[in-house]
Design a protein around this ligand. Structure first.
Ligand code: NAG
Ligand code: NAG
Ligand code: NAG
Length: 383
């Protein structure tokens, strides 16, 4: 036995070497050619070549049916309003932060006025969130962030009160200016959704609403530690490729059909709700991803959305609102709605380009170190 094992061992090792890259292919970062230093950066002046129109947002709803009205953060968008909202033109649309009539309770995501005042000063933002103590606090690697960015970029971590006390108990108490390391800690009160993962989609998608005067934003899941200067990230993913929105494709799955199966297999969400969403999308023209189609509009219909780089241009902001509205209407599994939202936006605006850069997942891994989520007691799939 021993003898034959020894004889087979080299074969075993060579097989292992052969297959190791496949097994771990998702863990390997790849080479990303950032420029050397932020000192050499110049914002390109042809950015205004992006599609221009003007977006306004519904701030308040006062609709009563038989005196019954439940104000909702995402508002009460009808299907007809939803359809029209996909046109890239001057419009006023639902995009979260919808308030109810006077006297009604807040619809949620309440922030201190002081924090808002700070957020309104931001021109470039890196943001993230921890709600429900789901993650540890990962501080950006200070020595890899330039002095320029330390002075000019806002690093904002949204937390709920529960998370704040958990972090404080672990020694991460904000200083007098509200910072823990580079992160400015901003407390979100009154969660708009019971499902904290859904609440996490508010800062993830709506940075242009939270930071209305910012020109660029980078979203980073709290499971990641930023190890690259944000200005170098903006140069590489947006300026160099003349893009207004950058997101990575999923390392493994490219078709929404697979994503649906995987969500059910891992019991990520209420299966009936997934089916309702998926059936709706198919009836509105969602087709399978075809890797052999050279004209396929995206390298993948399934994103790895833990890292998003955005210029706050009209098309980029519209896409962010539309994607958020899908998450608000259907499930919080945003990988199910990305491809549909993008394809419908393109289909309804064939003459108005949206410069989306869908980059490789291994590039995402080169910018930030990935950690596991905090181990939490297992909870039933959200409804
Ligand atoms: C601006 O966009 C137009 C078409 O949309 C294109 O022809 C032109 O080359 C672009 N200009 C620059 C500087 O990228
Ligand atoms: C769209 O809005 C912009 C800015 O408010 C305005 O200048 C422009 O004329 C509007 N375009 C149309 C077609 O209404
Ligand atoms: C699952 O979703 C369906 C459809 O949205 C809903 O009717 C049902 O109550 C949900 N089930 C649970 C356990 O939340």
């Amino acid at each position: 036995m021993l003898f034959s094992f020894c004889k087979l061992f080299p074969l075993f090792v060579s097989l292992l070497v052969l297959f190791l890259p496949c097994i771990h292919h998702s863990d390997f970062p790849c080479e990303v050619g950032f420029v050397e230093s932020v000192d050499d950066l110049v914002e390109p002046n042809d950015l205004m070549n992006f599609t221009q129109f003007s977006l306004e947002y519904i701030e308040k709803e006062e609709i009563f049916h038989n005196n019954l009205f439940e104000p909702r953060f995402g508002g009460h968008q009808t299907l007809a309003e939803r359809e029209k909202s996909f046109y890239a033109r001057n419009q006023t649309l639902h995009c979260g932060f919808v308030k109810g009539p006077p006297g009604y309770p807040s619809t949620g995501f309440d922030l201190d006025e002081k924090d808002k005042a700070y957020m309104y000063t931001c021109k470039v933002v890196v943001s993230s969130c921890i709600f429900g103590s789901f993650d540890f606090l990962r501080r950006p690697t200070r020595r890899l962030i330039s002095d320029y960015s330390k002075e000019n970029v806002c690093f904002v971590m949204f937390v709920d009160e529960q998370t704040l006390s958990k972090l404080s108990s672990e020694g991460n108490t904000p200083d007098d200016s509200g910072h823990v390391g580079l992160w400015k800690i901003v407390i979100m009160r009154n969660s708009p959704y019971k499902d904290m993962r859904k609440t996490g989609k508010v800062p993830k998608f709506l940075s242009h609403r939270l930071f209305p005067f910012s020109r660029y934003s980078i979203w980073l899941d709290s499971k990641m530690r930023l190890q690259t200067d944000p200005m170098l990230i903006i140069e590489y993913f947006l300026w160099r490729t003349k893009s207004e929105y950058a997101i990575s494709n999923h390392y493994d799955r490219h078709c929404v059909w697979e994503e649906v199966l995987q969500n059910k297999r891992l019991n990520k969400y209420n299966h009936t709700a997934i089916d309702e969403q998926f059936t709706f999308y198919q009836s509105d023209g969602l087709t399978k991803f075809d890797p052999s189609d050279l004209n396929t509009p995206l390298p993948s219909y399934v994103p790895e959305g833990s890292f998003i780089v955005r210029a706050h241009t009209p098309m980029s902001n519209l896409f962010s609102c539309l994607w958020f509205n899908e998450v608000d209407r259907f499930t919080s599994r945003d990988q199910l709605s990305f491809g549909y939202t993008y394809l419908k936006l393109r289909r309804m605006n064939p003459d108005k380009p949206f410069y989306l850069n869908m980059f490789k997942d291994c590039e995402r891994r080169a910018l930030a170190k990935l950690f596991r989520h905090r181990a939490v007691p297992s909870s039933p799939p959200a409804s």
